[in-house]
Design a protein around this ligand. Structure first.
Ligand SMILES: Nc1ncnc2c1ncn2[C@@H]1O[C@H](COP(=O)(O)OP(=O)(O)OP(=O)(O)O)[C@@H](O)[C@H]1O
Length: 306
């Protein structure tokens, strides 16, 4: 693919301050601050209605926010998009009708000084066999791959993607993330909203959790998981202590599955010490770290409802 054009490496690629989005009575984004630097791959996570799409759409300058400011590549969003600095894939992105996929990509590419050569772009996005296909004769997953190719054709330094893999099958999803990793290695910045926590965990070097229009956690997936400091200790033990498992130091929750006990703990060391002092044997003892999903549920209102 063509080399990426030079950008100021120190300046933020996305700088959002005090972003507020209201739709009549709904406060969708509530004074959100977010700064993203060149080369970062950032996942925006949050439950349905958290405000992710509103942040993405406002960041792209698709509407004027109620308050706050957004700068993309050091410019107003509309100017950065018009200059070809931003590739976007929206949740309800449309394709021109009555056209062939290859024609559309050639046409968009002709607007750029250094478009990604069509054959290479088609290979990277898995649409080699779709170039002659009509845009209104695509499946949901094929459509998503073509939308991705449209976002990438100008090889923009910044990619903003709203649930880019939601209609893709497992193979297409893996290919998609390989392409994204390649772009990130070349210094492109990738920001994507997703509900796939496993993808965020595997692909993003930074995870931003949004809830009720605010950032409730921001850091590497590992840091976010560590922040809830949750571990699960499992073992087989038919008899609980007389005072109950909750009396064991560190334990915050107790579950049972047949004769297997599952203790949620915030202090795994104290919990294990206390258990081993009391029980000579803890058959099938296992200790698990928190998954990003557990962290997500704890950090957002989804968890509070449980
Ligand atoms: N055009 C609109 N008019 C009125 N309310 C809207 C509009 N778009 C979004 N909302 C509301 O704003 C809030 C945030 O929605 P948004 O789509 O930004 O969330 P999201 O995190 O992207 O959700 P999802 O994961 O379901 O796509 C929700 O309460 C939603 O109902």
């Amino acid at each position: 693919m063509p080399a990426e054009d030079a950008t100021d490496r120190s300046a933020p690629v996305i700088d959002i301050a005090g972003l507020t989005v209201r739709y009549r009575d709904t406060l969708a984004v509530d004074g959100l601050d977010l700064t993203i630097h060149r080369g970062e791959t950032v996942a925006l996570l949050g439950p349905n209605g958290a405000g992710k799409s509103s942040v993405v759409n406002a960041a792209l300058g698709l509407f004027r926010p109620s308050a706050g400011r957004v700068s993309l590549l050091g410019r107003e969003p509309a100017a950065a998009v018009a200059a070809g600095g931003v590739g976007a894939m929206l949740q309800h992105g449309g394709l021109p009708s009555e056209s062939r996929v290859g024609e559309v990509l050639r046409l968009i590419g002709s607007r750029y000084a250094t478009p990604w050569p069509l054959a290479e772009l088609a290979a990277a996005t898995g649409i080699g066999d779709l170039l002659g296909r009509r845009t209104d004769a695509l499946s949901g997953g094929q459509r998503q791959r073509v939308l991705l190719a449209m976002a990438l054709v100008g090889t923009p330094p910044l990619l903003i993607l709203d649930e880019p893999t939601s209609a893709m099958d497992v193979e297409a999803r893996q290919a998609f993330w390989r392409t994204m990793s390649g772009l990130a290695e070349r210094g492109h910045t990738v920001v994507f909203a997703t509900h796939h926590l496993d993808e965020a965990d595997a692909v993003a070097d930074r995870v931003v959790v949004v809830d009720h229009g605010r950032v409730v956690a921001d850091g590497s997936a590992a840091r976010i998981k560590a922040r809830i400091a949750g571990r699960t200790v499992r073992f087989r033990c038919p008899e609980p202590p007389p005072e109950g498992w909750v009396a064991v130091p560190g334990v915050t929750g107790v579950g049972r599955d047949g004769d297997t006990v599952e203790l949620a703990t915030t202090d795994v060391e104290s919990t294990l010490r206390a258990l081993l002092a009391r029980h000579e044997r803890l058959p099938d003892l296992q200790v698990h770290g928190a998954s990003l999903e557990q962290a997500f549920l704890t950090l957002t209102s989804t968890g509070a409802q449980r």
